[in-house]
Design a binder for this molecule. Structure first.
Ligand SMILES: NC(=O)c1ccc[n+]([C@@H]2O[C@H](COP(=O)([O-])OP(=O)(O)OC[C@H]3O[C@@H](n4cnc5c(N)ncnc54)[C@H](OP(=O)(O)O)[C@@H]3O)[C@@H](O)[C@H]2O)c1
Length: 323
């Protein structure tokens, strides 16, 4: 297993982490979740990603039950706040009130004293960024969180938050969690350079484009019956963003490149993400232990430069984003 610093910060995380959206506490049995965590520890994976809103708190509950059997210092735990957790006007967003209340709720569900990386799930235009920074600083000084970060914030907001944190003597963002894959290279022109300048790590989500980059979806054919693509409760984003025949044909070509290297298509797609110098770790979402083993192995693959470039050529940056 490879480990990387979270940007310029001291903590080191494995280049593959285990996620929990649409899986733990929802569509994946708790014993499968426990086995995935065990396989993670056995393989050297040392970090886990969840959110208060995943399965309405149940993903955190499942992680809490499983992780209490492992030494707290042996893993890095990341969760998130922002998404609605109730019907009230203050049950969402990044206000001091909601962040403090949800931090306490997450600590209870996760059965832990502290969160290693507390992430703002999205921007909240209704709250001054200074308010969010101050409550993160307070929680850190109380020992309830160690680092804080964001997910899908634009580069300009990360810069503003960084400048504000320094102006008021608070700790700045340490991490960013953007969507990133061969089929979503959007962070490359602005977000990645900004995070690199600010010393933030990037833990990237949906690195397999919801499974499309595994090669299991074939052009002109219905999705495999037990896949996310076949489930209308789960496939809205992937249908909108990725599940198109033109993409699926390119993924089949990616599979040929992977074959040459003797690795799976999923491993090539993950190793491609990890080759970008701004990327700290890819977050693996899985429904089966076999998928998890497949994905973890990507951490040890050193992708040759020529194959990396061939992948980039096969999935170019969209013209609207090209410099
Ligand atoms: N910050 C955010 O806003 C945000 C948003 C989304 C996700 N996330 C985080 O990122 C994590 C990963 O996101 P994601 O689930 O969209 O990631 P993904 O890796 O793009 O897709 C994961 C899905 O692909 C399929 N899959 C994974 N590995 C496979 C393999 N080796 N072979 C075949 N199929 C495989 C599985 O679905 P099926 O078996 O059902 O087909 C799995 O659930 C989440 O768990 C969450 O922690 C964060």
């Amino acid at each position: 297993m490879q480990y990387r610093h979270l940007g310029k910060w001291g903590v080191q995380i494995s280049t593959v982490g285990l996620g929990s959206w649409l899986t733990f506490g929802l569509h994946v049995d708790d014993d499968v979740a426990a086995e995935c965590v065990k396989v993670a520890f056995d393989s050297g994976v040392n970090w886990f990603d969840t959110a208060n809103a995943y399965a309405n708190g149940q993903a955190e509950v499942v992680f809490g039950k499983i992780l209490k059997d492992y030494p707290r210092e042996s893993f890095v735990l990341a969760t998130k706040v922002w998404a609605p957790m109730g019907p009230g006007v203050n049950d969402r967003g990044l206000s001091a009130k909601h962040i403090r209340e949800q931090c306490h709720a997450s600590l209870r569900r996760l059965q832990t004293d502290y969160i290693d990386i507390y992430q703002c799930h999205r921007p909240d235009p209704g709250t001054p960024v200074e308010e969010t920074i101050r409550v993160m600083e307070d929680l850190a000084r109380e020992g309830k969180i160690l680092y804080w970060g964001c997910s899908e914030w634009p580069a300009s907001l990360m810069q503003e938050a960084y400048d504000t944190a320094y102006r008021i003597g608070a700790r700045p963002l340490a991490s960013n969690q953007p969507r990133y894959s061969l089929l979503w290279r959007n962070p490359e022109p602005e977000v990645f350079p900004t995070t690199q300048k600010l010393g933030m790590g990037n833990v990237v989500f949906s690195p397999l484009a919801h499974g499309v980059l595994t090669g299991k979806y074939l052009p002109g054919q219905a999705p495999p019956p037990d896949s996310r693509g076949a489930d209308e409760a789960k496939n809205k984003i992937m249908t909108d963003l990725y599940l198109k025949d033109a993409n699926l044909r390119r993924v089949q070509k990616l599979g040929k490149l992977a074959e040459k290297l003797g690795i799976t298509t999923a491993q090539l797609a993950l190793a491609w993400c990890l080759k970008h110098p701004a990327v700290t770790s890819v977050i693996g979402g899985v429904t089966k232990v076999s998928q998890w083993r497949d994905n973890i192995a990507a951490a040890d693959i050193e992708l040759p430069d020529d194959i990396y470039r061939k992948c980039c050529d096969l999935f170019p940056l969209p013209e609207t984003l090209a410099p």
